[in-house]
Design a protein around this ligand. Structure first.
Ligand code: SF4
Length: 441
């Protein structure tokens, strides 16, 4: 049996490769290989694929392997027509994709991944092209969008099968599609499997997860909903995995993309950091996914510094009363404490950055301004990002109940670029822009 994996295009008004790797489908690939399937991968977002050069003028890497995707303008879906921005397809050119599909032979199925729900038009277009080249091959859609909003995926993509489970439930797909009941320790897949980077010819950086899910319950987040339980991989297994792929690719940047890497830190991340220091791989490490400020302590900060971390993002989100009402994961004093500890350990302003959201429901402009001021006072950078109510999050349900959102609102309208043009619980477009400008000064 042979499965072709495809990581689809992004359709959006803006996108940037901030260490985007399709870990979900790489784990699916690892599982399929483990049970004896032949597996190949087409990743339309891999900027470092040498084959891309035949089809597009490549854009060089920016900092730490990040960079701009190849892009082309595409027509907006009817419900985005009034947004005065150019809508684009980010990722490899169409001709590249068609060539790769034609070279891929005759798979028994194509598994397509998905990510943010508002990127679904790129998923639909990717599947449309697959169907054109391989009309007789069943297409299975999985990933975040399929998990969060399967009914929408069934209706709006031409996938033959929408899989809304997590990897531990994938036997269901194998049963339904191939009448195969596979012998695998599904409950322990996260400990057993490495993300199958060997499916790539070349990558520019490596991304890993050391844990799945999060024990916190922030109202704007879906992480706890996606994972039935919070799971951590053993530190030495993670470090072996890092070593395995550094041997294969010789990249300079390794990224940990966990939602909650600091939980249980004495038995998890601190031992992991000590192993990284011991093995001394000579690479830069990055934590781009907003670590928990309250869980930062001095030992951790000095270990991060010694190991060679260059990017530390702190999840801050907002100042003001919303800190409490959205889940209480961080308060101003936690952020101040963490910033001071990290600065003391020797991290620079550029290396530490707090995420602040703007346009949260019922957020006041002064909450954003205060959050920005706290960061500036502590000598750390701040990244102000526009809020989006993720389909299925507590915020989303609350907004539907209050009549601010319609249950049928298309996820593409919840795109954080689009939201300020119409969101009635938020700030005006002008206020959002003003706050972003002030934060940059
Ligand atoms: S925002 Fe962060 S802390 Fe809150 S639930 Fe999501 S992952 Fe956990």
């Amino acid at each position: 049996m042979y499965i072709l994996l495809v990581n689809p295009w992004i359709y959006d008004f803006a996108a940037y490769d901030f260490w985007l790797k399709p870990l979900g489908i790489l784990y699916v690939g690892a599982f399929l290989k483990n049970v004896g399937f032949e597996v190949r991968l087409i990743d339309l977002l891999n900027r470092h694929d040498p084959k891309l050069a035949e089809f597009a003028k490549l854009k060089p890497d920016k900092k730490f392997g990040t960079g701009k995707f190849v892009e082309r303008e595409v027509e907006k879906p009817p419900f985005l027509k009034n947004i005065p921005r150019r809508y684009k397809c980010y990722g490899a050119p169409l001709e590249y994709f068609i060539t790769q599909l034609k070279d891929a032979g005759k798979p028994d199925a194509v598994f397509v991944s998905s990510s943010l729900t508002y990127w679904w038009p790129g998923v639909a277009e990717t599947i449309r092209v697959i169907k054109e080249i391989m009309p007789a091959v069943p297409v299975v859609l999985g990933g975040l969008y399929a998990r969060l909003y399967p009914a929408h995926a069934v209706k709006n993509t031409k996938a033959d099968y929408v899989f809304s489970g997590e990897l531990s439930q994938i036997n269901q797909v194998m049963n339904d599609l191939f009448k195969r009941n596979l012998n695998f320790d599904f409950e322990n897949w996260f400990e057993i499997l490495d993300p199958a980077y060997e499916l790539y010819e070349k990558v520019g950086y490596l991304v890993f997860l050391t844990s799945l899910g999060c024990p916190y319950r922030c109202t704007y987040c879906v992480s706890p909903k996606l994972w039935r339980r919070f799971t951590q991989r053993k530190p030495h297994t993670v470090v072996n995995s890092v070593e395995r792929y550094l041997d294969l690719f010789k990249v300079k940047d390794v990224v940990f993309f966990d939602d909650a890497i600091l939980i249980n830190t004495e038995d998890h991340f601190k031992p992991l950091l000590k192993l990284l220091i011991e093995r001394d791989f000579g690479v830069n490490y990055h934590l781009p996914n907003g670590i928990h400020a309250r869980l930062v302590d001095e030992e951790l900060a000095f270990l991060l510094k010694e190991a060679g971390f260059k990017t530390i993002k702190l999840g801050y989100e907002t100042s003001g009363y919303l800190q409490r009402t959205t889940g209480g994961k961080v308060y101003d004093e936690d952020l101040v404490r963490a910033a001071r500890i990290l600065r003391k350990a020797g991290f620079t302003k550029e290396e530490i950055q707090a995420y602040v959201m703007v346009n949260m429901p019922f957020q006041k402009a002064e909450d954003v301004l205060k959050a920005v001021e706290v960061c500036k006072n502590e000598g750390i950078s701040v990244s102000v990002n526009e809020y989006t109510p993720i389909y299925g999050s507590e915020d989303w349900h609350m907004l539907v109940q209050r009549g601010v959102l319609d249950e049928e609102t298309d996820p593409a309208l919840l795109n954080n670029t689009v939201l300020p043009y119409w969101f009635r619980a938020g700030m005006s477009f002008e206020t959002v822009q003003m706050l972003k400008t002030l934060a940059r000064r």
